[in-house]
Ligand binder design. Sequence first.
Ligand SMILES: [Ca+2]
Ligand SMILES: [Ca+2]
Ligand SMILES: [Ca+2]
Ligand SMILES: [Ca+2]
Length: 382
Amino acid sequence: MAFEGFLQPKCLKWRLCGLRWQVLIFVLYFSHVVSGQIRYSIPEEMKKGSVIGNVAQDLGLDLKRLRAGRARIVTGESIQYTELKTEKGILVVSERIDREQLCGDVTPCSFSFEIILENPIELHRITVEILDVNDHAPAFPNKYIHFEISESATVGSRFLLESAEDPDVGLNALQNYVLTHNDNFILKQHANPDGSKYAEMVLQKPLDREEHPRLSLKLIAVDGGNPQRSGSVNIEITVLDANDNAPVFNQSVYRATVMENAPKDTYITTVNASDADRGTNGQITYSFSKLKGSIADIFIIDEKTGIISVSGQVDYEKDKKYEVRVEAKDQGGLTDSSKVVIEVIDVNDNAPVINVMSFSSPVSEDAPPGTTVAVINVKDAD
Ligand SMILES: [Ca+2]
Ligand SMILES: [Ca+2]
Ligand SMILES: [Ca+2]
Ligand SMILES: [Ca+2]
């Protein structure tokens, strides 16, 4: 019985390992049928013709006996992965051996067959263990993962990420996920009951659509092979708007003038407010706030454009100056207000008014110059 260096975990680059993959040899002798058992370990994916082991030497048979006994392989499998070279007494690879295809997740992975010799009959069982090679990188099912996340999402919100697959086993399988550095999310990794790993992003700093409407991150999955292999997926995040900005007027006071008696629809001024939000959250309507009775009949504001114009009678003699408050409101109900001062410019629209205060009558014809005949009062409203 012989035993040497079975399974070399550091020995993943099999070419460097030389002959050390073998092996464990049990040889058991019985009275009638000589029976032995040999176990070899080889990496998967060896080239056709690669030597698995020196069977003649390991079984203690010479080449003549192999030839005379018509040594051959007997297998119940449909695919024969190995071939016995009787002239050299060696076992070689005859078909591609893909550990993933042969065993999937099952470890250890091996197949067995018999070598039979005649005259006298000898039966030797050969087991070939297939060691995993890191010939697969972790891979995600899609190139992109897309999320739509509201900027109002609270810190601690979790977003499950797609898992990567790596059909290798042990250290060659997926070991870890890494998320590219960013301000908003951290990565949390979990293990399923079967040991497979998955990850989720956890919000650690609130999103702000007004600052970053889109985020592009990358999730990387790495295995523990040597050399290490990795796969990645792009995470595209669209930040959905929340109404977190109120409208803001671009001036705190608007000043304008209007000629008195200006006709209806005469332009006075335009007020303007902006809102950083999107869609209806940023859609502004303008209005006068708390108008005192008469002003409502004189001026009008266009609720969409903010244009203020004349809608009634502007009379300098009634009011020389108007002060109006305007309000901007988004569809979410947030508001801002500003002041509009409108000065009325006087127009000479009043004839002097003459009032006769007193009149002395009749006047004698010899009345001296300077005699008061009448007291009149002249008024001009302009
Ligand atoms: Ca493979
Ligand atoms: Ca593999
Ligand atoms: Ca791998
Ligand atoms: Ca917003």
